[in-house]
Design a protein around this ligand. Structure first.
Ligand SMILES: [Zn+2]
Length: 242
């Protein structure tokens, strides 16, 4: 079975991609792109739930989103490091999945795993293209064309480079998040989100509505990219100025 994908979202923990870019993944899958998810850890350090419960939850969430591949790098939760062994492991997974576009966590983050995941996955995306770097038979060198950083839930937000309109798949994103009952049911202060006392699902909805408002749509997910965005036809640029 091939594990080749068009779009690969990489994150430290199961449930991270559902929260930060689940709508974008669902939209891409519905547009006919092959979507994959690479979780770096199994969540064994999580306060709530166990690694085996979260594995079942993650598989269910992937089905909801329409992701065809969901891999786990089996790296140590809460002990992620940008070291040689981790880079080699991720280079192998990038060469196996061969994505054109990769979504990573933003490089600034409260959880050390999120910061490290961003840096080590970015490094692996580069190194995977070096033919002589840990060459393995059957896995040709590959370098993703585009790296995007998911910005949702940043507490020190930078201005998004763009926002993806997820209005039509917002219910799908929420259904995927609800697959993680062990993490979120009854939660008012999950790990990645500032505890405000609000119901977590309502907080996710409010934040997605805020990002959507930036592009004058009901719901959105924000992204940052270091590269400059190219426009083919200025007549087609979205978001009304005034
Ligand atoms: Zn996380």
């Amino acid at each position: 079975m091939t594990e080749t994908v068009d779009l690969l979202a990489i994150a430290a923990h199961r449930d991270d991609v559902e929260l930060t870019c689940g709508g974008t993944l669902a939209r891409a899958a519905r547009a006919g792109h092959v979507v994959g998810i690479l979780d770096l850890t199994r969540g064994e350090m999580g306060t709530r739930g166990s690694a085996s419960v979260r594995e079942r939850e993650a598989a269910a969430a992937a089905r909801v989103l329409g992701a065809r591949v969901r891999l786990n790098a089996d790296l140590p939760d809460a002990h992620l490091a940008n070291d040689e062994a981790t880079r080699v492991r991720l280079v192998e997974l990038v060469r196996r999945t061969r994505p054109r576009v990769v979504i990573l966590p933003f490089p600034v983050g409260r959880h050390p795993d999120h910061r490290v995941a961003s840096a080590v996955a970015r490094d692996a995306c580069y190194l995977a293209g070096l033919a002589k770097y840990h060459a393995t038979p059957g896995h040709e060198p590959h370098r993703p064309f585009k790296i995007l950083y998911a910005l949702a839930y940043r507490e020190d937000p930078v201005r998004p480079t763009f926002v993806v309109d997820i209005s039509e798949v917002f219910d799908v994103k929420m259904e995927a998040i609800r697959c993680y009952a062990s993490q979120f049911d009854g939660a008012i202060a999950a790990g990645e989100i500032v505890p405000t006392g609000q119901d977590l699902y309502e907080l996710i909805r409010v934040q997605a509505a805020h990002y959507g408002s930036l592009i004058r749509k009901p719901y959105g997910e924000p992204f940052f990219t270091h590269g400059t965005m190219e426009v083919d036809d200025v007549m087609g640029i979205g978001v009304q100025s005034m």
